[in-house]
Structure formats: structure tokens, C-alpha cells
Design a protein around this ligand. Structure first.
Ligand code: C2E
Ligand code: MG
Ligand code: MG
Length: 757
């Protein structure tokens, strides 16, 4: 990885060589030089001294001295200095002719030192001392050998020790390089080294190769831009800029593009580093794609409902808060629609949760479709209205819709109308055609409240009003509603106690046979004698009973009480059919047929004197369960009638599938008789079709003689309504009957002969 051509070993070698050479040369040279100097000094002193003595002798014998050989030899024989070198002394005349000499002839090389001999101021000869330097040279040779040995040692010390240290340093450097290289390649994060000079990639690690899909040969020597490695060139430019100023960048969010074109989210850190004497950028990137996705998923889960994909309660709150702020600035309105499905619980209970989930998804789709797409069919979408919207699911079957940029309440009305219609259309759930419907409560910012929580509470209260008003409609919030919400809670608590405390009672409303003009039956209607509110209308508490499930035990009580009453009247000679209302909730109770059976057995009422009124919605659910239950009830010999017919979008043809006996035309149509041409036509049509299906028809809510006449003319079999009688308690009913038939002796009474209840 990092290579260094180190000059140290060579320099160290050179220095060591020079020092060794110096040692090797200087030692013998010094030795020789010093010895030589010493010899020269000693010889010169000796020569001078001897010359001085000889000169004295010459002065005494000026003419004869050169012939006094014995005397001269004596002078030559005096050893003045000690020396290990072989020495010869000579006295020579001025022409260097030897006059006397001592010792042997010397082996070369020879060093000779002379001192002059004087006579009367004239040089007459020389005293010469010669020494052979051979032993000195031999010694010098030995010293040279010693010097070389010393030089070798010095060389060794100077060169080998530092080199060894250097090598050790290099080794550890190499090791750390290897370590770096290992770490570089073993790093789970992609690493890339680029040269600053030209931006070219010098090295990439294995993770880089694995993640990007590029082989090293495909990227080395190219710049990241050439490889198109980063999705966002601007980000890269910014990173470069920061790198230049700070020499490092940390955890920059960048998007890497792999060879296959996949985008990966990376957290990138870069640092300047000098590698091989080059300025480089070391870039480490961490792949945070999965982490990012997980974060996004978490954020999604925190803000969206996983079933429908709609914003959840948290996000809804945010959006509503934002909408309110914007509306305040723009002086617009915000419409908050609080929507609750009317028959979700039934679907869920009867068809199971998976179907319930399907329904919620379809509802979400319808709401979104309405909000998003321009409706190409007939009605305008929210977008066409220039309104921006958020649909959210708060949980269960509760949805909210935030309508922004509202300038006039009418816009909200139109949209709410459209949604109610939309959701009243049947849903296709796994082959079942299900009518669900929705009740919507509407609160308008800033009219109904400027506080977010209050606004929601108000829309919720309005939704309950919509439910109470027969469902499948929308209601705007009014100030009295909150009081209602609290009352509702109280009501539920009280209803729980009502059955135990005997606060329920039944009233009976007679049915008139229009052919015979006889009262042939009664309908049992529930009343609640509340200690707090007096007699409460079923419209006010039946929905609560249904929601809480209390309708099951209360319904069983109604059935038993009504059957006991009918049986008692029969025993007293008054033969009447007893009609009892059943709510759809009771049908989802597995014990229903058992309860009916045992009630008939216990009370002794013949099955054909019992009539059960079921709601249209029950039939529309069209669950296999309710169809089977109805068939079993029918097989017991009990009559089945459809209550409030015409209010629930069902078709007559549809009714063929059920074992029905009677249709009860809803009061809403009867009241239009003679008033509204369309209403009259509807009643006629229903009668004609019902008869073609061999169903008898009961007109509900007959209040006028005109209505009664019309019904008679159109062959309607029975009528029920205030015109005939209001519902009464049992005693009042008997009294009413007796009064009605008093004095009638033609047998045209419901009383059996001789009996009076
Ligand atoms: P429903 O079964 O359609 O009963 C007829 C309702 O119309 C009764 O209201 C009755 O008092 C009212 N009515 C009858 N004739 C006239 C008329 O000429 N003009 C007007 N304006 N109203 C008339 P009520 O007793 O308040 O009952 C309301 C609903 O409560 C019933 O409608 C029925 O659906 C439900 N209900 C009553 N008792 C029971 C019960 O024991 N069990 C169940 N499940 N539901 C019941
Ligand atoms: Mg009824
Ligand atoms: Mg009715």
C-alpha cells in the first residue's frame, strides 16, 4: 500500500564506511608518524650532541683528528639514546667520505640525521646517526592490521546497529501497512482512495466492489464523476468544497448509484491523507439504505394506518392543525367531516374480520378516489370544488376528512352529500353485495371552535346526531350537541340497569285489516320508563341498546312479554297476531332461534300468532347466516314482515330470496299519499309489486282518513297509524277494543263468542 524508498540505509552505510576507513588509515599512519617523529628527534639530539663532542676533539686536534681512529670509534660507541631500531653512526668528512663508522651496515629503509662538525668556523665533516626503519614499518603494519580490525568493528557498530533499528522500524511500518491493508479490505464499509491532484480513484476495497458491483479495474484510474458514482453531483461539489476548507467531512448524506443503476443511501465521511507522498482523499461510506427504509417505515407506521394506508390519528391531528393555521391566514374555512360507517359492526360480526377489513379498505378507496380524482361520471370531486383534502382513519370504522380552502359552507354540504351517496352504494365484498352507509358529523373552523380538540369533539357529537337521526346522513354541529354526548354516556349506564330494575314496558299499536275492518293484530313497541327522564322513545335508546349489545337480552324480554300478553289475550278469547320488532343485532346472536322456540313453548302462543318484524338492512346484509335463521323461523310457522320498507335501498326482486310474508311500507311514503304525486306513485308501485310477489302489505303511520281511503282503494291489506290508534299499554288496549266493538253483535269482532278479555 504505502511504499517508501528510504535513503537511510545507504547513508548509514556510507557514513560507516568512511569512519571505518578513517580508523583503518589513521591508526597506522598516526603510529608511524609519531614513531618517526620520535626517532627523528632522538637521532637529531644524539647527532648534535655527538657532533658537539666530536667538534671539541677536532678543535684540540685540528690536523690529526681524522687519523685518531681509536678515539673516534670511542666517540661513536657512546650510546646516548636507547632505541630498539638497529643503529649505525658515522663520522664523515666534508665530502661525505666516511672517516669512522660503528655497527653493521643497516637494512633499508634507513633514516639518517647529520650534525656538522666544525673547525675554526668551517664545516669539516658530519656526525651522522642512521637507523633502519624496517622494524618500525613492521610495527606499523601490525598497527594497520589492528586499525583494520578496529575499523571493521566501528563499521559494524555504525552500520549494523542503526540499520537493524531502522529495519525494525520498517518492519513495524510494513506490519501496520499490512494491517491497514487488511482493515481496508475487511472493512464492511466501502472505502475509496482518490488522488487530490486529478480526482482519480487510486484504490477501492472489497466492500466497495461488492456494493457497487464495479470491478476494481473498472474504476481505478477514473474519477467518481466519470463512473457516475454519486447521484447528486451538487452534493459532491459541496463535499469537495468542505473538504478543501476543513480537510474532512463527516456523515454527509449522499446517494450512490451502483453499476446496475440501483440507488443506495450512504453516509459519507472523507478525510485528506498523504499516501505515497501524494495528497489523497480517503472516503468511507456507510450503506444506510436499509436503516433509512426502516426509518421511513417507522415514520410511515407512526403516521399511517397500515390497513388502509390512510393517515392515522396522529397525522390527521397534524394536518388539521396545519389546515387551521392556513385557514386563519387566508381567512378561509376548514370543514371537518367525522364519518362513522352505519353497518360496519354487522358486517364484521356476521361475515368475519377479513371481510370487515376488506370493507374498510374499500371505504378508504372510495373516500380517496372521491378526494383525489375528478369524477368523470356525474358528481364533482372535492378537487373539482377547488378544495384540498385529507382523508384519515382514526381507528375502527371511523374516518375523518379535512376540507381546506373552503369559502362557503355550501361547499362542505355538497361534498358531504356526495360522500353519503357514494357510501350508500353497495360494496362488493367477496361476492356479497353489502349496503353499509355512513353517518357524518361536520364541524367548521372557526365557527364551531378554534381549538383543535374541541373541533374534533364537536364533529364527533354531530356524527352521533346523524346516527340518531336514522343514519346514512350528515349533520352539522350545533351548540346543543355536546350536552347530548354526555347524555349518551349516562344513558348507556342507565340502560344497563333498566332491565334488572323492571323499567321497560311494552305498548301495543293495533293493526287494522282494511278488507274486514277488523283489528287483527298488534305491534309490540318498547318503552323505557326512565326514573330520570320519564317515558323514553325507542328512537332515543334502541341505537344505544344495539351498540352495547344490550338489545339481545332486552329483545328476549320483549319477545317473552309480548308472547305472554298475546297468549293471555287468546286465553281470554281475543285472537290477535302479535308483531315483535327484531333488530339486526339480534340476528347475529346464535341463540335467537332457541330463544324464540322456548318462548313459544313457555308461553303457549301458537307460532302462527307471532309475527317478527325485521329491518330491511338485515336482508341487505344478505349473509348466509341471517337467511338460514329466517328460514328456520319461517319453518316454525312464524310470520315474517319487513319493517320500514323503502328506506333502505332494497329492491323488491331482492326480497324474493327471503321467506317473507309481509311488507310494511314506511311512514315516509304513506305521509306523501295525496300530497306528493311521486310519493303516491311509489306507494302504488310497491303495492303492485308486493302483490305480484304474494306479499301482504301493511301501511305504517296512517294519520288521515284520505290516506286510509287511498290504501283501501289500492288493495292494501292492513293499516297501522295514529288515525287508527296510538300505541297503548295492555289495559288501555283492551279497553279501546271493547269500546271499538261495543254493541257489535254481527260477529265481526276479534273477540271469540262469549268472551271478553
Ligand atoms: P317501527 O317498528 O316502524 O314502529 C312504528 C313506529 O311508528 C312506532 O314508533 C310508532 O309509535 C310510530 N307510529 C305508528 N303510527 C304512527 C303515525 O301514524 N304517525 C307517526 N308519526 N308515528 C307512528 P316507536 O314506538 O317510537 O318505535 C320506533 C321504532 O323503534 C320502531 O319502528 C322500531 O323500529 C323500534 N322498536 C320499538 N320497539 C322495539 C322493540 O321491542 N325491539 C326492536 N328491535 N325495535 C323496537
Ligand atoms: Mg315495527
Ligand atoms: Mg316501521
Amino acid at each position: 500500500m504505502v511504499k517508501r524508498q528510504d535513503p537511510f540505509p545507504r547513508t548509514i552505510g556510507r557514513v560507516a564506511t568512511v569512519i571505518a576507513v578513517i580508523v583503518a588509515l589513521c591508526l597506522p599512519a598516526g603510529f608511524f608518524g609519531l614513531s618517526y617523529q620520535y626517532q627523528v628527534g632522538a637521532m637529531r639530539a644524539e647527532a648534535r650532541y655527538s657532533a658537539a663532542q666530536t667538534t671539541q676533539y677536532i678543535v684540540l686536534n685540528p690536523e690529526m683528528w681524522r687519523f685518531q681512529v681509536l678515539r673516534l670509534n670511542e666517540m661513536l660507541g657512546k650510546d646516548l639514546t636507547e632505541t630498539t631500531l638497529p643503529e649505525q653512526r658515522r663520522i664523515v668528512d666534508a665530502s661525505s667520505q666516511a672517516v669512522a663508522a660503528s655497527g653493521e651496515k643497516l637494512a633499508p629503509p634507513v633514516l639518517a640525521i647529520r650534525a656538522p662538525l666544525f673547525d675554526a668556523g668551517k664545516t669539516v665533516g658530519y656526525f651522522e646517526v642512521s637507523r633502519s626503519l624496517r622494524p618500525l614499518l613492521l610495527e606499523t603494519g601490525l598497527v594497520a592490521l589492528l586499525g583494520m580490525a578496529l575499523a571493521a568493528a566501528v563499521f559494524g557498530v555504525l552500520k549494523i546497529l542503526p540499520l537493524r533499528a531502522l529495519n525494525r522500524a520498517l518492519d513495524s511500518l510494513r506490519q501496520s501497512e499490512q494491517l491497514f491493508s487488511k482493515a481496508f479490505h475487511a472493512s464492511p464499509d466501502p472505502v475509496m482512495i482518490c488522488r487530490v491532484r486529478d480526482g482519480r480513484i487510486l484504490n477501492v476495497n472489497d466492500s466497495f466492489v461488492r456494493l457497487t458491483g464495479y470491478a476494481p479495474s473498472e474504476v481505478l484510474g477514473r474519477t467518481p464523476s466519470e463512473v457516475a458514482l454519486w447521484a447528486n453531483e451538487e452534493n459532491m461539489a459541496r463535499a469537495k468544497e468542505q473538504l478543501r476548507s476543513d480537510r474532512a467531512v463527516h456523515n454527509l448524506d449522499m446517494t450512490l448509484v451502483t453499476k446496475s443503476g440501483e440507488h443506495r443511501d450512504m453516509l459519507v465521511s472523507s478525510e485528506m491523507a498523504e499516501i505515497n507522498d501524494e495528497d489523497c482523499v480517503l472516503t468511507v461510506a456507510r450503506d444506510v439504505t436499509e436503516q433509512k427504509r426502516a426509518e421511513q417505515r417507522m415514520a410511515y407506521l407512526a403516521n399511517y394506518d397500515h390497513l388502509t394506508g390512510l393517515p392515522n390519528r396522529a397525522l390527521f391531528h397534524d394536518r388539521l392543525a396545519g389546515a387551521m393555521q392556513r385557514a386563519q391566514r387566508a381567512e378561509h374555512l376548514v370543514g371537518l367531516l367525522y364519518l362513522d360507517l352505519d353497518r360496519f359492526k354487522q358486517v364484521n360480526d356476521s361475515l368475519g374480520h377479513p371481510i370487515g377489513d376488506q370493507l374498510l379498505k374499500q371505504v378508504a378507496e372510495r373516500l380517496q378516489r372521491y378526494v383525489r380524482l375528478s369524477d368523470t361520471v356525474a358528481l364533482p370531486s372535492a378537487r373539482d370544488e377547488g378544495v384540498s383534502t385529507t382523508v384519515a382513519r382514526l381507528g375502527g370504522d371511523e374516518f375523518t376528512i379535512v376540507l381546506e380552502d373552503i369559502k362557503h359552507i355550501d361547499e362542505i354540504t355538497r361534498i358531504a352529500q356526495r360522500i353519503v351517496l357514494d357510501l350508500a352504494e353497495p360494496f362488493d365484498l367477496d361476492g356479497h353485495q353489502i349496503f353499509v352507509g355512513a353517518s357524518i358529523g361536520i364541524a367548521v373552523y372557526p365557527f364551531d371552535d378554534v381549538d383543535l380538540d374541541n373541533l374534533i369533539r364537536n364533529a364527533d357529537a354531530a356524527m352521533y346526531r346523524a346516527k340518531a337521526l336514522g343514519r346514512n346522513n350528515f349533520q352539522f354541529y350545533t351548540d346543543d350537541l355536546n350536552a347530548n354526548a354526555e347524555q349518551r354516556l349516562l344513558l348507556e349506564t342507565e340502560l344497563h340497569q333498566a332491565l334488572d330494575r323492571d323499567q321497560f314496558e311494552l305498548v301495543y299499536q293495533p293493526k287494522l285489516n282494511l278488507r274486514t275492518d277488523l283489528i287483527t293484530g298488534v305491534e309490540a313497541l318498547l318503552r323505557w320508563n326512565s326514573p330520570r327522564n320519564g317515558l323514553v322513545s325507542p328512537a332515543d335508546f334502541i341505537p344505544s341498546l344495539e351498540e352495547t349489545g344490550l338489545i339481545v337480552p332486552v329483545g328476549a324480554w320483549v319477545l317473552r312479554t309480548a308472547c305472554e300478553q298475546a297468549a293471555a289475550w287468546t286465553r281470554a278469547g281475543l285472537d290477535l297476531t302479535m308483531a315483535v320488532n327484531l333488530s339486526a343485532r339480534q340476528f347475529r346472536d346464535a341463540g335467537l332461534t332457541g330463544v324464540i322456540q322456548s318462548t313459544l313453548v313457555d308461553t303457549g302462543l301458537p307460532a302462527n300468532q307471532l309475527e317478527l318484524e325485521v329491518t330491511e338492512s338485515l336482508l341487505m346484509e344478505d349473509s348466509a347466516g341471517s337467511q338460514a335463521t329466517l328460514t328456520r323461523i319461517k319453518q316454525m310457522g312464524i310470520h315474517i314482515s319487513v319493517d320500514d320498507f323503502g328506506t333502505g335501498y332494497s329492491s323488491l326482486a331482492y326480497l324474493k330470496r327471503f321467506p317473507l310474508d309481509t311488507l310494511k311500507i314506511d311512514r315516509a311514503f304513506v305521509k306523501d299519499i295525496g300530497v306528493d304525486a311521486d310519493g303516491t306513485a311509489i306507494v302504488r308501485a310497491v303495492l303492485a309489486l308486493a302483490h305480484s310477489l304474494r306479499l301482504t302489505v301493511v301501511a305504517e303511520g296512517v294519520e288521515t282518513i284520505e290516506q286510509l281511503r287511498f290504501l283501501r282503494e289500492t288493495q292494501c291489506e292492513q293499516a297501522q297509524g295514529y288515525f287508527i290508534s296510538r300505541p297503548m299499554d295492555a289495559a288501555a288496549f283492551v279497553a279501546w277494543m271493547e269500546a271499538r266493538y261495543a254493541g257489535q253483535t254481527d260477529g265481526m269482532t276479534p273477540f271469540r263468542a262469549g268472551s271478553q278479555a
